[in-house]
Design a protein around this ligand. Structure first.
Ligand code: ZN
Length: 54
């Protein structure tokens, strides 16, 4: 399966989940900052995740 990342995605800087809309990405970032963990409610709408690159 080929995944195309042509569409614009927004990332949470903290947990690095990707979202299709900026609003959700910002919500995630706020949550991550405050709680130092992710909200399942938010991350379930994530479309992907950036893997840490060495
Ligand atoms: Zn996050």
């Amino acid at each position: 399966m080929t995944i195309k990342m042509a569409m614009e995605l927004y990332f949470c800087e903290i947990c690095r989940f990707a979202y299709k809309d900026r609003e959700t990405a910002e919500k995630c970032e706020d949550w991550c900052r405050k709680h130092k963990s992710c909200s399942l409610e938010i991350t379930k709408s994530a479309v992907g995740e950036i893997k840490n690159e060495k």
